[in-house]
Each structure stands twice: as C-alpha cells, then as structure tokens.
Design a protein around this ligand. Structure first.
Ligand code: ADP
Length: 358
C-alpha cells in the first residue's frame, strides 16, 4: 500500500490532543482515547477507507485506541445471520491487512460488550425524539428506500453509547458522521448535567476528527458511497470486478473531444484520493484541455486503485489462511474493551439509581 499521509489537522475547533477524561474515571486526565466504529453490513469500500480507516490506522499507534465492528448497528439493515458473521470477520481481516497492529490498540466486536446497549437505553430516556427526527443520515436512508425501523431511528444514540462507554475523547469519522458526533456530544452533556456534578462529569466530551479534504466519497452512481446503497468500490476489489465497477461510474455525456470540468466529475473525485498533487494537476489539465474522455480517466483510476492496495491485498490473502488467529485477536480486544468500559458503566448505573441485587 502507498504511504499514507494523514493530515494532522482536524476540523477547526477540534484539538486531537486535548481531550478530557473524567476526573475519577479510568483514564488519566490528559489522555486521548480514540474510538470509532465500522459497520459489518457489507464489503468495506473506498469511502470507508479514505473517510475513516486511513485515519484509524494513522492514529492507533499514537494514542490509546478502540475500534469496534458495530454488528448491533448492522442489524438495522442485515437480515442474514451467515452474512453478518462473515462481514464481521471480514472487517477484522481488512483492518489487519490495512495495517492495524493488535498489539498497539484494541479491535473488537461491538456485541462483545453488550453493556453498550444498556447505556444506550439510559441515553434514550434523556433524548428528545425531535432531535432524532432531524437525523440527516436517518432521513437519507429512508429516502433511499431502507425500511424505517426503530433501530435505524435510534442509531445515533447507540453510537453515542459506543463512544462514551470507553471514555472516548477523539472520534475519527467521515464527514457524513458530523451530525452524529454532535448528537453524542449533546448526549454526554445531557447525561452529565442531569446526573453528575459539573466539576466531576462522568463522560468526557468527545471531539470529531474529520479531514476536510476527504469530505464524502461518491459511489459509482454519484450518491455517497455506502454499503447500504449498493454503489461501492471495495477496498479489496481487483481484476475484472474492479474494472467493471470503475467503468460503470456515472459521468455526464460530454463528448470525448470537449473540455470538461474535473471538479464536477465522479471519476476525478476518486482520482483525487489516490493521486499526488502533481499528478492530480496533470489529470485536471487534461480534462480542461479536451480530447481526454471519461474512459481514459477511468482507466487511470483503475490502475491507481490496483497499485495502491496491492500490498494490502497480498497481506489479506495471507491472513485469511488463519481465521482462528483473527478470532483470537477479536476475543482479546473484547476483553480489553470490557475492562475499559466497566468503570464508566458502573458509574453511570450508580448515577441514575439502577441498583444491582445479585
Ligand atoms: P456505510 O455507510 O458504508 O455503512 P459506515 O456507517 O460503516 O459506512 O461508516 C464507517 C466509517 O466510514 C464512518 O466513519 C463513516 O463516516 C465513513 N464513511 C462511510 N462512507 C463514507 C463516504 N462515502 N465518504 C467518506 N466517509 C465515509
């Protein structure tokens, strides 16, 4: 895989090194706890990679990091048990192939810490329905034809629990998740205001970490690339499958000879993610000059994707030969995650008055 240069600059207003942990929680006050989740609802794609995974990999050796495969969330759209199991293990394989080091950080399956659903329930009781009704991602998914089940509606609150239960202070996500992180922040604030004293909050306030230059990666139909929309190019697609997908990216019908605007082209939006600045400029100039067709651009893009992930593809093939090792990594990750979650959960239960009688 090509070297990844992740800009250390988050969105204005976010400071990746100044997260605050609860004063009596398990984390020391200055520690940055990086948390993020990814749905096992299909094959991971370029939007996932550039929007999130690349940043996850870059951050996981610099800070304490917890990355979870959100299989509870995936239940909102996946209705096939075998597929869900397969996707879950595939996400783990993908992360390992893309450079995640299980000795440096924690990778685990969301449902290995079932308390997260308990915390989500506590949060539901504090959340105004009106806030969820304004959910852009929810409305978008419904508009795209997904069934409006209550899980989909409450998705952002389970996500808030995912982040807060580990004391997360920094959340690397794609731009499509901006509103969800706002909801998480509101949830933390609401909980702390209702149940904790101002000088001893239970949950730290997490900051999003969103790279401006990635924004939202378009799919082959021009909508946001998403597993839920069937418009993805998989990170590990190769050969004919990859070529077919790249060739089917939707473009306008400007003839080959005519000058074109690269900034309005879905193919160029993807090329930008792979090409060096110099190469990007060269290709943009060809678009503007005319005589350069979308077919040419697609061919260049196909080669860029093939090259960029070539090494990771090899690593993945090798890792796939040892599925038990992958399960061991997830099991150990789940154990560490439960350990990290326990004191937050315990404080939250006490704070709201849930007694344990066993
Ligand atoms: P999906 O929509 O494919 O199911 P997830 O909900 O699992 O994706 O998102 C996992 C991470 O990938 C999130 O941080 C999300 O912001 C990021 N992501 C997903 N799709 C895109 C995209 N098209 N562009 C940029 N980032 C994306």
């Amino acid at each position: 895989m090509a070297d990844v240069d992740v800009a250390p600059t988050p969105r204005p207003g976010a400071d990746p090194s100044s997260g605050t942990a609860p004063s009596s929680g398990p984390a020391s006050p200055q520690k940055t706890i990086v948390v993020s989740g990814i749905q096992p609802s299909g094959t991971l794609h370029l939007g996932n990679y550039f929007g999130a995974i690349r940043q996850h990999i870059a951050l996981h050796t610099r800070h304490e990091a917890y990355y979870f495969i959100v299989n509870y969330h995936a239940l909102t759209t996946v209705r096939d048990r075998d597929a869900l199991e397969r996707y879950t293990l595939d996400v783990a394989l993908d992360y390992l192939a893309l450079g995640f080091d299980p000795n440096a950080a924690t990778l685990f399956v969301q449902s290995d810490v079932p308390e997260v659903t308990e915390l989500a329930w506590i949060f539901y009781t504090l959340t105004p329905v009106a806030q969820l009704e304004k959910g852009v991602s929810y409305k978008d998914k419904i508009a795209q034809g997904l069934s409006p089940n209550a899980g989909l509606f409450n998705y952002p609150i389970l996500q808030a629990a995912d982040i807060l239960i580990y004391g997360g202070t920094l959340v690397p996500v794609g731009a499509d998740q901006k509103q969800h992180i706002e909801i998480t922040r509101d949830t933390a604030q609401r909980f702390n205001q209702t149940y904790a004293s101002p000088d001893d909050p239970i949950f730290p306030m997490p900051e999003p970490y969103i790279l401006d230059d990635v924004a939202v990666v378009p799919g082959i139909d021009g909508r946001k690339m998403s597993k839920s929309y069937g418009n993805t190019i998989g990170i590990f697609d190769e050969g004919k499958t990859l070529k077919k997908k790249v060739m089917s990216i939707v473009t306008d019908s400007t003839p080959l000879e005519a000058p074109k605007d690269p900034e309005r082209c879905n193919v160029f939006a993807l090329i930008k993610l792979f090409a060096s600045e110099e190469r990007r400029e060269e290709i943009a100039a060809k678009y503007r000059a005319g005589g350069y067709g979308y077919g040419h651009a697609k061919k260049e893009l196909y080669e860029m994707i093939s090259d960029f992930f070539a090494e990771a593809r090899e690593r993945r093939r090798e890792l796939a030969r040892h599925p038990d090792d992958v399960r061991d990594i997830l099991r150990e990750g789940g154990r560490r995650a439960r350990e990290q979650a326990a004191p937050y959960m315990e404080r939250a239960r006490r704070a709201v008055g849930l007694i344990t009688t066993y």
